[in-house]
Design a protein around this ligand. Structure first.
Ligand SMILES: [Zn+2]
Length: 302
């Protein structure tokens, strides 16, 4: 299973008047947790530098974009998720036909109805556009910010992730509804793409997956061209570090351009063609009247 992260860019955080990349950094680290981490059998995770302004380090499995969650270097995350599943009896579930929302038992007041409402909006809007609705209910786990970091070890900038389950930290919807909506729409698109493509999702260039998620969730004031080459955004955004926000903008811009020119039904054709195992190149040519290589070589280079 792969992980798809939602990038909460410094600008988005700033817009809400919080410090960039450290939305809830005011709470001091729990020293006990730190000790129990270092005492556990898990080897310490190697660290990569975050963008300068973060002045912090993040573990690589929580890097931006696509991460092979079942690769040998990521057993720790699987272990944590198994632990999390076994602890889930303490969680509170609310479901509709399309979603199973699991809360980790914190005081969530009236959030559940709003969250389910937003998810149903995503279900309708994305489903209507791509004419596709996942078969079974999509599971969404809502965490406190602290539990989200603890369970997933996602970095501060990550506002959510999808690994077969949508996992989102929610502090409260009041005042932050737009952000929650963006995260849920973004991760729901990953759920839809994964539902359509199944295991072939691994062959899908990451910029298409992230670009689609951004297309349905973000409100960019501008588009850009290939300020980062699409060819370098196919597998992982991990090495981009401080350029990750540009990577999302480029991905969004490229997908938005495809959607403008060919419309959503062609994107649907493309995804279904990939799912049939036609391969990205053949599927792309069939759906967008040009080869993948042509698009990558020409789009956004004016
Ligand atoms: Zn994503």
């Amino acid at each position: 299973m792969s992980l798809f992260l939602y990038f909460r860019s410094p600008d988005r955080v700033k817009a809400r008047g919080e410090s960039p990349l450290r939305p809830h950094a005011a709470a001091p680290e729990n020293p006990q947790r730190e000790n129990s981490r270092s005492d556990s059998a898990e080897p310490p995770l190697p660290k990569l530098p975050l963008p300068k302004e973060a002045e912090e380090y993040v573990p690589p499995e929580a890097g931006r974009g696509l991460v092979p969650g079942d690769a040998p270097e990521f057993p720790a995350l699987s272990d944590r998720l198994v632990k999390e599943r076994s602890a889930r009896q303490d969680f509170i579930e609310e479901s509709t036909l399309h979603f199973k929302v699991v809360f980790d038992g914190y005081e969530h007041g009236g959030i559940s109805r709003k969250i389910l409402g937003i998810l149903e909006d995503a279900y309708k809007q994305v489903g209507n556009d791509l004419d596709y609705y996942p078969d079974g209910p999509v599971t969404v786990v809502l965490y406190t910010e602290e539990d989200f970091r603890d369970t997933t070890r996602a970095p501060e900038w990550a506002g959510g992730l999808y690994d077969g389950t949508i996992r989102v930290p929610v502090k409260g919807v009041e005042g932050g509804e737009e952000e929650v909506r963006r995260v849920l729409f973004h991760e729901y698109v990953h759920a839809v793409v994964h539902s359509i493509l199944g295991s072939t999702v691994r062959s899908l260039p990451l910029w298409i997956n992230e670009g689609l998620a951004e297309y349905y969730s973000a409100r960019y004031a501008r588009r850009t061209g290939q300020s980062i080459p699409l060819s370098s955004l196919e597998g992982s955004f991990d090495r981009l570090q401080e350029k990750a926000d540009i990577a999302y903008l480029v991905s969004y811009s490229a997908v938005a351009s495809l959607m403008d020119t060919y419309r959503a039904y062609r994107m649907r054709d493309f995804l279904f063609s990939c799912a049939k195992g036609h391969g990205v190149n053949k599927a792309f040519t069939e759906s967008f009247s040009m080869t993948y290589n042509e698009f990558v070589a020409t789009w956004g280079k004016d």
